[in-house]
Write a protein of this length. Structure first.
Length: 435
């Protein structure tokens, strides 16, 4: 975890460094040569991305100091306030008390939490998750930008609106120059320091990898930013090539940990191959963002419990869990929507299984399900959001599920609303530069 303000190198152990931000220590991976204790750097997505001159760093820190502490104070007061046990289920209290005192939860505990439905107990779950987030990770909130470079897809995933089955959808693919320009504008004009490049899964993998190499190299030649790829199963060789080109994050959900359900929803695909990609990406040095869909037809509560423990076992850097939203052009168009509290309980449960480390995303799908999702999620253990910076004419065609939140919102509007919300909650946006 890292702030989009310069940090000072406190310690160096191999390729890991400890970075100090106003007394708070964060760990990051370093690939820059010649870095010394006392140097100032920007770190993003867990990686050192750039060394900055000391006088410049000190002037930025001076500007930030006051608001940094004010935000932290606000977050602390919001997260510690009024956690009342009145009327709360007793077994729930004993499970969550264990976590507050540094203990752990098992599968039965999580299954129990996911079944809670009375208001007071739900409130207790969310507030405890928020308390644990604040206690262990303070107020930093990742704000990544996502660019959907093409909506072509060779997969037939049953739930997805851009699957190859949706023959009525107009398909697009940005040129390399277009994609690089959108990314570099996001960096230069809006201060983004961490970007996700996303697409459907390519049919011709070699040709696609070449295209992505050109985009990644083009962006990296412009400015050092943290780049995360999200292109589905591009093959192990594809992962190697894009790591070499400069990608350092890989977002790929396993969607469900239930093998049978996975096979039913993903024609000609296996969970084993998906997990092999995720594990290989970690081995190569990618920071992995992964997770599952909540509320798939045929998914049980026990499946969701397994999803929560699998994401932990995969050593994910960021957890991405969102509701399944039926798409009219898919075979699951008649399915029910999950309820908002189930999604919030999953976010809180993720915090409970990994309270010291988890970066938990509030997904756009959740915001589509519930207009208050971002605020509710951030107050229930989450600490990360993504802004969609795909140009509108393409974004409308990236139709994975209907009526996506922020579908028509320009970048500035999204940034302004995000910063305003984060400030109202005492959170510091970590991946947007100081503006
Ligand atoms: N509802 C919610 N999320 C969806 N995704 C695909 N289709 C849907 C849907 N109908 C998610 C998948 C995929 C990510 C890019 O989008 O989890 O990994």
């Amino acid at each position: 975890m890292c702030y989009a303000i310069p940090g000072r190198i406190e310690a160096i152990e191999g390729n890991r460094v400890i970075v100090d931000y106003f007394g708070e220590k964060k760990e990051a991976i370093n690939e820059l040569e010649g870095l010394k204790i006392g140097d100032y750097i920007y770190a993003q997505g867990g990686y050192v991305i750039e060394k900055v001159p000391s006088d410049y760093a000190l002037s930025v820190l001076d500007l930030w100091k006051e608001s940094f502490f004010n935000l932290q104070k606000l977050d602390m007061s919001l997260s510690a306030s009024s956690i009342s046990k009145d009327g709360v289920d007793r077994r729930l209290i004993s499970i969550l008390d264990r976590l507050i005192y540094g203990g752990t939860v098992n599968r039965q505990d999580i299954a129990y939490i996911l079944e809670v439905s009375d208001e007071k107990s739900l409130d207790y779950i969310y507030k405890t998750a928020n308390f644990l987030r604040q206690k262990h990770l303070k107020n930093s909130c990742c704000v990544h930008g996502i660019i959907e470079i093409t909506n072509h897809c060779s997969c037939g995933c049953a739930y997805c609106g851009i699957s190859s089955m949706n023959q009525g959808l107009k398909r697009y693919r940005m040129s390399v120059e277009e994609a690089v320009k959108i990314a570099t504008d996001a960096i230069d004009r809006y201060g983004f320091k961490a970007l996700v490049l996303q697409s459907g899964e390519p049919a011709d993998k070699d040709e696609f990898i070449e295209y992505c190499e050109a985009i990644i190299q083009g962006i990296r030649a412009h400015k050092p930013v943290f780049l995360c790829i999200s292109f589905g199963e591009i093959g192990l060789r594809g992962l190697e090539r894009l790591y070499k080109a400069g990608a350092r994050g890989m977002l790929m959900r396993f969607e469900t940990s239930n093998e049978g359900l996975y096979s039913r929803l993903h024609p000609n695909k296996t969970l084993a191959s998906r997990l092999e990609h995720i594990r290989y990406a970690t081995e190569l040095g990618y920071l992995v963002f992964t997770g599952a869909l909540i509320g798939l037809p045929g998914q049980t509560l026990d499946d969701i419990v397994e999803d929560i423990f699998l994401v932990r076992e995969l050593n994910a850097e960021m957890y991405s869990f969102g509701p399944f939203i039926p798409h009219r052009a898919s075979t699951l168009s008649d399915a029910n929507l999950p309820d908002s509290d189930m999604v919030l309980k999953v976010l809180a449960a993720l915090r409970f299984v990994d309270y010291e480390n988890a970066r938990i995303l509030v997904t756009t799908a959740f915001e589509t399900l519930d207009p208050e999702a971002r605020k509710k999620g951030l107050l229930a253990g989450a600490n990360s959001v993504m802004l969609n910076i795909t140009p509108l004419e393409y974004r409308r065609l990236y139709d994975i599920y209907p009526d996506r939140a922020w579908r028509e919102a320009g970048i500035e509007e999204q940034i302004d609303k995000t910063i305003a919300l984060l400030q109202s909650l005492g959170r510091a946006p970590t991946d947007l530069g100081v503006r």
